[in-house]
Design a protein around this ligand. Structure first.
Ligand code: PHE
Length: 503
């Protein structure tokens, strides 16, 4: 005799009572076990080869609105027939449409079926319809209509062959709604049947080894449930940090490890700190509306001390004492006062430097910036930039390269190249590109350089400043192998769950 735990036994006898084969949900119901328990038992029975699970494609049929109408009021040919019989067996086509209460466009269909079912004949020249003497019992199509009206919905395969072909006819007459579904059917195997015949002994299984069982020594007697450690369990999604925030945290940690301090600055910034202090001329294309968001209200913000502003102004106009010729145009204070959403975090670092001129300074910022660009797979309107600066006696461009190389390597990016580049506020300027082995591609990540004297001198900064900055989302994209930057902010839970944590 085979031994089975109680739950498995309940499920097995439920299947047996249902004739040895039944859909899963019926078995669950019959067994009177909780859904999950019954399902687990079915899987155990399957493992023991007592049952097998089959997948069946089901065609579900039900009446559509027209079908329901015909099911309750009769098919149009039936109504024509009834009208004819009441009125002596012969009628003109025009009279029929009045008496049978049918829509005009249905009459030809009704007459077509009347003839096809041999319930009547039509004399086209006289325009008369005559009832024939054939039997007019309910046809299979009408029986099926009545049945479906009562049942609401049924599976095609559960119908008798005649009704199945009637369903074909009703389908062609567009009276049915049809849906496909896959259903799991559990079936007793031959082995299962044999075991049931031989008899089954129900055993109580113990799922937990309690201290009492151990102390009393009863663990020797009871039957312990076998666990199949290879069975996939339910997936548990623990709360977790959004991938973007994870990278932000990691980047901040790296900066901290390298001895940097975090600074923050305003999102709504004056053009002065975003552009002018960085020696970006007032007619620079990047300032235009299509790149920069200007505030309508309040329009203007506060500038630093008048002396600072006038030194910046003079530097733009003719270079002031910096040795430069400047940009050779008339600098306007109104333009500098305009409030904008900062377009880069360099606005934040230069603001900080102007107020903290004592060396050394090693600060960073990871924060939001805004650019009025068209959103697409590689650009967002609101995004984050990573920015860092080092200001100290005698630091050089080589230190900058070394610092960035270390920064990237801590992020797991070891192949880095530096290319000459241009920014209005740095000289020399460079662009760093990193190699992403998974994508087999080089990506530009950060702009960098040493602040020009036109930037540092008007603000009274006396030592070299090494600066670099770049988009954070781009970095995340290459790290995660994302094709579309917008994915990061789509709040797609599935994606957030699948994305591995940042190393
Ligand atoms: N601010 C530049 C940008 O937005 C990057 C940069 C920062 C370049 C610092 C040089 C120095 O792309």
């Amino acid at each position: 005799m085979m031994e089975l735990p109680a739950n498995e036994h309940k499920v097995l006898s439920a299947i047996e009572k249902l004739g040895g084969k039944a859909p899963l949900d019926q078995i669950v119901q019959k067994s009177r076990l909780p859904q999950a328990t019954a399902m687990r038992s079915v899987l155990t029975l399957q493992k023991r080869k007592l049952v097998e699970i089959l997948e069946e494609r089901l065609t579900l049929i039900r009446l559509n609105d027209e079908g329901k109408n015909y099911a309750s009021n009769g098919l149009p040919e039936r109504r024509v027939l009834d009208t004819l019989r009441k009125k002596g067996g012969e009628m003109s086509v025009s009279m029929i449409s009045k008496r049978a209460g049918l829509r005009r466009d249905v009459i030809p269909i009704a007459l077509g079926w009347l003839r096809r079912k041999k319930w009547g004949s039509i004399n086209n020249t006289k325009g008369l319809v005559t009832v024939s003497m054939n039997e007019r019992l309910l046809g299979n199509d009408e029986r099926l209509l009545k049945f479906l009206l009562g049942e609401c919905q049924t599976t095609l395969s559960s119908l008798s062959p005649e009704l199945q072909s009637a369903a074909e006819v009703l389908k062609k007459r567009k009276l049915l709604e049809i849906a496909e579904r896959t259903e799991r059917i559990v079936q007793l195997t031959e082995h299962g049947w044999r075991r049931i015949e031989e008899g089954i002994e129900v055993v109580q299984e113990v799922t937990q080894l309690t201290p009492e069982l151990i102390i009393t020594g009863d663990w020797r007697k009871v039957k312990l449930t076998r666990f199949d450690v290879t069975t996939p369990g339910p997936i548990v999604y623990a709360a977790r940090v959004h991938p973007v925030q994870q990278v932000i945290q990691r980047v901040k940690e790296i900066f901290a490890e390298m001895g940097f301090t975090e600074i923050r600055g305003p999102i709504v910034e004056t053009a002065f700190w975003n552009f002018d202090a960085l020696f970006q001329p007032q007619d620079h294309p990047a300032r235009e509306m299509h790149d920069t968001f200007y505030l309508r209200y309040p329009r203007a913000g506060r500038l630093p001390s008048r002396s600072t502003v006038s030194r910046v102004a003079e530097t733009h106009q003719d270079g002031w004492r910096t040795g430069s010729r400047g940009w050779q145009y008339l600098w306007r204070v109104d333009e500098a006062k305009r409030l904008i959403l900062r377009t880069h975090t360099t606005a934040t670092t230069i603001r900080y430097l102007a107020e903290n001129r004592e060396p050394p300074a090693k600060v960073f910022s990871v924060d939001r910036v805004y650019r009025n660009e068209k959103m697409d797979y590689k650009s967002l309107v609101e995004f984050h930039q990573i920015e860092g600066i080092i200001m100290d006696r005698g630091v050089t461009f080589r230190d900058l390269i070394g610092t960035l190389t270390e920064f990237y390597s801590k992020l797991g990016l070891r192949k880095v190249k530096f290319w000459p580049s241009y920014f209005p506020y740095t000289e020399p300027s460079a662009q760093s590109t990193v190699y992403i082995p998974e994508l087999k591609k080089w990506f530009e990540l950060c702009g960098m350089g040493v602040f020009r004297p036109e930037v540092t001198e008007p603000l009274g900064i006396e030592h070299p400043v090494l600066a670099w900055g770049g988009g954070l989302e781009r970095l995340i994209m290459v790290k995660l192998g994302l094709e579309d930057i917008r994915f990061l902010y789509r709040n797609d839970l599935g994606w957030i769950r699948r994305t591995p944590p940042c190393q």
